[in-house]
Design a protein around this ligand. Structure first.
Ligand SMILES: Nc1ncnc2c1ncn2[C@@H]1O[C@H](COP(=O)(O)OP(=O)(O)O)[C@@H](O)[C@H]1O
Ligand SMILES: [Mg+2]
Length: 254
């Protein structure tokens, strides 16, 4: 389309940095395929993955063990590269970025929670969270930020305790505090409730909801717990590395 001014002459279109509709989608994956290995032993872990994560939503990726959830989260968080396809974060392509740019992205904008909490047993909860900030490369001392994060997850009273003195749910909350201490826009959590009983699991999801409502965070998690699926905004189902359904608050996406 050619834009014209009042006199009918062509003028340059005004380019805005970001289209308004783009800002509604924080993370987008297009045509993702991931093949591990080569030749006869090659495993296609993901194929034809297209998905969008709306800003400010809690999105669950569900699927059986081996369906490709972790592989997909690794690609979406730039820990791994897809064999084909692209990922965009806030409208910018993040596939194929340099190691340095990826680190920068994870340091600033993305928080990660892994299935094994990954806490250092000899450090207190507070030290673990401070350490998270240091790994993220922050120059800040971190005490204040770490206390803020532990307060957000309801663990400030227990901040001097070490992981072996905490329950699974409490350790998971510390792991979440460590992932949010740098105030990321997007929190990616791989089976954050898998090791927890259902009450603790629901507490973690409630915490996620508070983070979304209170800090405007977006959360993408994996789970196979049906109770948790009820509490999220958007469910994406994976089977054998393919998306088989996507629903928003109970209604199928057409
Ligand atoms: N590094 C790897 N090398 C080879 N195969 C892998 C690798 N990582 C994952 N896979 C395979 O990819 C498939 C999906 O695995 P994964 O993403 O871990 O599933 P989920 O997290 O849903 O349990 C599985 O068949 C798994 O064996
Ligand atoms: Mg997994």
């Amino acid at each position: 389309m050619r834009l014209q001014n009042d006199e009918g002459k062509a003028v340059a279109p005004v380019l805005t940095e970001k289209q308004p509709e783009d800002s509604e989608i924080i993370l987008q994956a297009s045509g993702i395929k991931r093949v591990f290995g080569r030749g006869g032993t090659a495993v296609t872990a993901l194929s034809d993955i297209h998905l969008s994560v709306p800003r400010g939503a809690v999105v669950a990726l569900k699927g059986r063990s081996g369906s490709g959830k972790t592989t997909l989260l690794n690609i979406l968080s730039t820990l791994d590269d897809p064999t084909e396809g692209s990922v965009h974060f806030e409208g910018k392509e993040i596939t194929g970025l340099s190691a340095r740019a990826r680190n920068e992205l994870r340091r600033r904008d993305i928080g990660l929670v892994f299935q094994a909490y990954g806490l250092v047993p000899l450090m207190t909860a507070l030290e673990n969270v401070e350490f998270g900030l240091r790994i993220a490369g922050s120059s800040k001392a971190g005490r204040e930020e770490a206390e803020w994060a532990l307060e957000r997850v309801g663990m400030k009273e227990r901040m001097k305790h070490r992981p072996p003195e905490l329950s699974g749910g409490e350790q998971q909350r510390v792991a979440v505090a460590r992932a949010i201490v740098h105030k990321p826009k997007l929190l990616i959590a791989d089976e954050p409730t898998a090791e927890l009983d259902s009450r603790m699991g629901l507490q973690v999801i409630r915490l996620f909801r508070e983070l979304v409502n209170g800090s405007g965070m977006t959360i993408l998690l994996t789970t196979h717990d049906p109770d948790i699926m009820e509490l999220v905004d958007h469910v994406i189902a994976l089977e054998d590395g393919k998306i088989v359904s996507q629903t928003i608050k109970g209604s199928p996406v057409t």
